[in-house]
Ligand binder design. Structure first.
Ligand SMILES: CC(C)(COP(=O)(O)OP(=O)(O)OC[C@H]1O[C@@H](n2cnc3c(N)ncnc32)[C@H](O)[C@@H]1OP(=O)(O)O)[C@@H](O)C(=O)NCCC(=O)NCCS
Length: 157
């Protein structure tokens, strides 16, 4: 079931996030990038802060209490979209993303939706109609950086 975030989901969200980076993104990024990106910066309270203070909208895939993935949007961007490896590659990501994207289009008047995509997720977004705007380097406070792609989709007519 895909549903909006509920308090308490943040522990499962953090686990899905960490495992997604370590087990799915590790094919496209170096071990030192994975260690930093999927390391101590992943803390349940960070999602709570984004949702409560920054009004980020979060949706989760809930499999009888196990968080199978999550997708969030804020401003003009879908910001966090990660599947737990046990739930990836089965069509669940597409369903979860569709709910978050529909909420974005309904809740905003922005003409475009932006995504800073990992190398890993680029083919997924391309399938859903997102186009590459250009390369984008995401740099963490630690100084570690990730090569990503800035992608955009036009509001459907
Ligand atoms: C990218 C990700 C979210 C996709 O979720 P998923 O549940 O695996 O995707 P789905 O099974 O719903 O696939 C939907 C479609 O995309 C395609 N697809 C998904 N990943 C793909 C890939 N890497 N290459 C090519 N096609 C891909 C599927 O074949 C499927 O196609 P279909 O609709 O024609 O059958 C997931 O793999 C993931 O969490 N990756 C690591 C984290 C990450 O990089 N997140 C993005 C942050 S910006």
């Amino acid at each position: 079931m895909v549903r909006p975030y509920q308090p308490g989901d943040e522990v499962g969200i953090a686990e899905a996030h960490r495992r997604s980076i370590h087990e799915l993104c590790s094919k496209d990024y170096a071990p030192e990038q994975i260690a930093d990106w999927g390391g101590a910066r992943i803390k349940p309270e960070r999602y709570v802060e984004s949702i409560t203070k920054n009004s980020e909208k979060f949706f989760v895939l809930d499999d009888s209490g196990t968080i199978g993935g999550f997708a969030g949007w804020f401003g003009e961007e879908i910001q966090g979209f990660y599947m737990h490896p046990a739930y990836a590659g089965q069509g669940w990501g597409k369903q979860l993303f569709a709910v978050a994207e529909a909420d974005y289009w309904q809740s905003t008047t922005h003409p475009t939706c932006t995504i800073i995509s990992t190398i890993t997720a680029k083919p997924f977004y391309e399938k859903l109609g997102y186009k590459v705007v250009g390369p984008y380097v995401r740099t963490f406070r630690s100084g570690v950086s990730l090569d990503c792609w800035k992608m955009e989709k036009q509001r459907p007519a």
